[in-house]
Design a protein around this ligand. Structure first.
Ligand code: ZN
Length: 213
């Protein structure tokens, strides 16, 4: 597969990860599947975000971003908790004097700020060769069975917990059939709740063939 077209990068964002803003040299190649609302594309991303994004491509780059941010929040939960437990002033004024706490005071706030900024980093609007993607302002919110979820990713997580599904398999199905057919993907995931890996691979191949027809 040849590499998809690179998105435009504003001058002041060069070498920044589109997901989290960290310095980066890599590209994430995002291949649009099924009913994706935009073409395949490549965008700059740091090592960590590339790995996270490849695990959860979901149905669009926006959905993928929600999943990456979610994963960053989970990975850095302890760093983010520093900001919940302390204010900068409190930390500075705390009377910890032993070496361990002095080190904590110096580095803790910085770790919190880095994690916070990565989670909050907004990226930039996606243009390819100067043309803005028209699905840009689509919200990632998702409704299924009368319930509103912040994203397809959140709905997959919810149903995976609820029915103890293989969330990876379920997410792959949703990616193939698109968010419009979430219910169909859910039924398939429930039918194959106890299926072996090989069987699941076969199901995914069949669904993929079906979608292409
Ligand atoms: Zn990143």
């Amino acid at each position: 597969m040849s590499s998809p077209p690179q998105i435009d990068i504003p001058f002041d964002r060069r070498y920044q990860c589109w997901f989290c803003g960290e310095p980066c040299r890599k590209n994430l190649a995002y291949y649009a599947e099924g009913n994706a609302p935009h073409p395949s594309l490549a965008l700059p991303a740091c090592d960590e975000c590339v790995k996270l994004a490849e695990k959860q491509p979901l149905t669009s780059i926006w959905e993928c971003r929600v999943a990456v941010k979610d994963a960053l929040m989970r990975i850095y939960a302890k760093h983010l908790a520093i900001g919940i437990n302390w204010t900068e002033e409190e930390l500075a004024e705390s009377e910890f004097s032993c070496k361990v706490f002095a080190g904590f005071k110096k580095s803790a706030w910085m770790m919190y700020q880095i994690a916070r900024d990565r989670v909050n980093y907004p990226g930039w609007p996606i243009h390819i060769d100067g043309v803005e993607l028209d699905c840009q302002h689509n919200s990632t919110s998702f409704e299924f069975d009368g319930v509103n979820y912040t994203s397809v990713h959140a709905a997959i997580h919810y149903y995976s917990q609820q029915f103890t599904l293989d969330s990876e398999f379920f997410a792959k199905l949703v990616r193939l059939v698109g968010r419009q057919r979430f219910g169909f993907a859910l039924r398939l995931a429930r039918i194959h709740i106890a299926s072996a890996k090989e069987m699941k691979r076969q199901v995914l191949a069949e669904v993929q063939a079906d979608v292409k027809d």
